[in-house]
Design a protein around this ligand. Sequence first.
Ligand code: CDP
Ligand code: MG
Length: 715
Amino acid sequence: MGQAGQNEFLGLTSRTKAQAQNVFSKQNGGTEEETRLLHFTYYKMSQFWKPGTEKPQILDDEEGGILFFSAPPSSSSRFGYSSIEKQRQRLPVYKYRNAILYLVETHATSIIVGETGSGKTTQIPQYLNEAGWAEGGRVIACTQPRRLAVQAVASRVAEEMGVKLGEEVGYVIRFEDLTKPGATKIKFLTDGVLLREMMDDPLLTNYSVIMVDEAHERSLSTDILLGLLKKIQRRRPELRIIISSATIEAKTMSSFFNTRRANGKTVEAIEPRKDPAILSVEGRGFNVQIHYLEEPASDYLQAAVSTVLSIHDQSFLDPAPQHCSRLFVLPLYSGLSRADQDLIFSPTPRGKRKVIVSTNIAETSLTLEGIVYVVDSGFSKQRFYNPISDIENLVVAPISKASARQRAGRAGRVRSGKCYRLYTEEYFVNEMSAEGIPEMQRSNLVSCVIQLKALGIDNILGFDWPASPAPEAMIRALEVLYSLGIIDDDAKLTSPIGFQVAEIPLDPMISKMILSGSLLGCLEEVITIAAILSVQSIWVSVRGVQKEMDEVKLRFAAAEGDHVTYLNVYKAFLQSGKSSQWCYKNFINYHAMRKVMETREQLKRITQRLGIALKSCERDTQVLRKAITTGFFANACRLEAFSQAGMYKTIKSSQEVYIHPSSVLFRVNPKWVIYNSIVSTDRHYMRNVIAIDPSWLTEAAPQFYHHQRGEKVAY
Ligand code: CDP
Ligand code: MG
């Protein structure tokens, strides 16, 4: 679709994506009763719309009676080079080509603001390349906060330039490098990967221009990167930085790059020409009508589904209903496999209408052509970290006005469109915050601290941040790193553990687990576990066969917990000859397993580089669980014997937690467990849980458990 589709964008968070899929599939193939129920809800829904604003309806008669606008395909598989060239010239950013090149030539930092779809990401790196910024072996970098966006824009740009992806145009995401040193001129990469590159090349000398894209997202890595780039600039006056975004508060960014910080105090501006240039690309967006609910929706998921169906239903009034009887519903989120991504961007099958249920990735990161209707739930999944309980999780949280405007903007790209906001106008005007909170201020900072330490930045609290992190979160992070043995009493990286952990591109707790695995003789096993934990899930979720799935899971289940269960799955997968059919039969996600194997290979290479020995502990799961404990001791919990069934409390903060139903230890409830992560819905649920012996905790981290309570809390 993308180019040729009849698209719809639903601003749903990923938690509800699966549910929405389910509801939609019922609508398409479900019983009459279910369909009637949904229609009924639609009927009720349509009464919510404010009088005076329009009720959901078709804007005008469209080709084939299809509700959603169909933009001409832009893929080069259908059009030749000249057509692509014309398309490039039609983009709003094209008019500014010379202005942009002039600013980049004359200013150390340029801030370019332009609507999503105006051509910033795909065009600016090409303009720079055409102007010679990649000559003499230099590289033009363009960072993105999301991996999926990195892959999508890189392949788009390769296509526009008529080159093979991985040569002149390449990309790098964690565990995947599709570039050719010496040949690659334009390199797309995640901001996190660029930060890692700094460990080998602190001044990023390979790059002539670094474009920090999607800066308005204020991702953790983007903010760290901006702080570091500002430092690099002083050492490398020839380096050019472009900060581009859809809605950035250009002035804030500009003053950040324009001031120097000394001893925590902001001092005078640095010399002229170094003050950033600001350029605003005027879009040519079409009018988008905004509709609000008259009353708040009690269930935004249901409201979203109903709204889509109401838009869909209107088309039955159309004289040619046969063209639009079916919805073609696709999910869109960052962890999507390549094959599923292709579906998103490929043309909609004839007679179908595409409905895309997306996380906020479709807000600005990806441009899907031809969207006419947007249904905005008013929520997104956001990372929130509580330094008191030391729990970080993804929660469904209200979006900001800036995000709401972005979402609405997706509808007016190719013609006028409509946006249905599943909240009231009153809420939008009076309650929605203007801007989101930078991730820096709502994240666990463990990884951030270790990265800065590895780059030799010791005074982290005094670091020049675009937005200062909370001191409590910073102190927590230092505490955790200290107990993990990654930093010493002077808050410097320890040798070798601290430096080795920093080398491994994983959460420091996982990296620590890997290093302990090598000392304890189970590196083979721990890197498999680390690889599995880096994919979303190795199970496929198929609805309606829960019982069969549970039975199959039991075949692999280990009493020790999920990590050991994963090893059983991995071994069986290898024994099957890495068979996709075997995966299918066992409800295992074959693509995820392939990704696990690739990641495992990468980790093997990294550990070889660190010079640590690859050994297997065979069946000794105790050794393995000890290795896990040395990384994750901070996530230890004890079952509350005298309270509600299955309730645990975290040792460090007495937070109430429960074992997630997807865990093999659900209902088994061993007395002592440690978990990998928490998901919060109605309760805090622990995911990826193993049973431990409490004595391992004090063994693994004597300072930590003394430190917390002044006594050995494990007893
Ligand atoms: O970065 P920005 O949002 O300003 O725009 P862009 O991503 O450079 O997109 C410019 C144009 O390229 C849009 O009209 C998209 O339709 C098109 N594009 C595409 O067709 N396929 C992609 N994978 C990326 C962009
Ligand atoms: Mg972009």
